[in-house]
Design a protein. Structure first.
Ligand SMILES: [Zn+2]
Length: 306
């Protein structure tokens, strides 16, 4: 490990302070994805620990079709999407998340916009914004806007329910975290660290998080939805690849891991070392450890990047 002790000390002090405040209480109140799935949407995906459905197939499903963003100036489009969605789904139109303006920058209308999103997912998104901004170092400056490639989109899966968001860019005053510019593959270690810190923090709020190492379709955005359960699953390709990339880019895993989605011995050893680095006892199968690991990794990645 080449992480300076003073950086680690700062990260741990700040995380201890954060874990004691009100944010956790709010997150505990999030609806369970399983309940939301049952109550609102029907079995769009077969999910849950008792499911025989291959996780990987479930992960691939939401992104197979090209996306047409809806909302904002496209009010007619939003209506069409509402008609296509099950009637029990409560959709709202949002122009801000936790007070931060939303933008669309992949076409027209380019600029500030609003998106249609499922009410049950809105709290996940707003908590994600709070969790990320609470960890952004002062050097980032304030979070000025959030660029999304789409939330409610007419297609099967979680986008069709308004329970997914594609992140193109998180724009702080002095720093941009830009999946749309393939930050994961940047020559800059700092840029890569920020990308994986953001992905880890998104994953601390919901599953799935589909990132650039998951598959080619996600190399220019980070997809976040709340269709699956929170705990770490060693059979989830996207979760294991996230852990492997975080170990490489944030924790300086040595030897460097191949990001292959296989939770083998080298990955287990790297995780053990990373958990020790951030003073966590236990393993990722413990939901509380998993969430703390993601959050500490996120804060550490951000702090190391400035
Ligand atoms: Zn997506």
């Amino acid at each position: 490990m080449t992480i300076p002790q003073e950086v680690l000390d700062l990260v741990l002090v700040e995380e201890d302070r954060y874990e004691g405040d009100d944010h956790d209480a709010a997150e505990v109140a999030l609806p369970s994805p399983r309940l939301a799935e049952d109550a609102a949407c029907g079995p769009v995906r077969t999910l849950g620990p008792d499911s025989a459905a291959p996780d990987e197939a479930a992960e691939v499903a939401p992104e197979e079709q090209p996306e047409a963003p809806l909302g904002g100036a496209g009010a007619a489009g939003g209506g069409a999407a509402a008609a296509a969605a099950p009637p029990a789904v409560a959709l709202v139109t949002v122009s801000h998340l936790a007070g931060v303006p939303l933008r669309y920058e992949r076409g027209q209308p380019f600029g500030p916009t609003s998106f249609r999103v499922n009410l049950a997912f809105l709290s996940t998104l707003e908590d994600t914004v709070r969790v990320v901004t609470a960890r952004a170092p002062e050097q980032f400056g304030p979070l000025q806007n959030l660029v999304s490639a789409g939330m409610l989109v007419v297609k099967p899966g979680m986008h069709g329910l308004g329970r997914a968001c594609d992140w193109d860019c998180w724009r702080f005053r002095h720093v941009e975290i830009a999946p749309v510019r393939r930050d994961h593959a940047s020559d800059s270690r700092a840029v890569r660290r920020r990308y994986w810190a953001l992905a880890a923090l998104c994953r601390s709020q919901s599953a799935y998080v589909l990132h650039a190492e998951f598959n080619a379709a996600h190399q220019d955005h980070i997809h976040q939805d709340n269709g699956a359960t929170m705990p770490f699953d060693a059979n989830s390709g996207t979760a294991v690849k996230l852990v492997q990339a975080v170990c490489n880019e944030i924790f300086d895993a040595s030897p460097r891991l191949s990001v292959d989605g296989s939770f083998g011995q080298k990955t287990r050893d790297a995780v053990t070392a990373a958990l020790q680095t951030v003073h966590l006892d236990g393993d990722l199968s413990d939901g509380a450890i998993w969430r703390k690991f993601l959050r500490r990794a996120g804060r550490l990645g951000f702090t190391l990047s400035v």
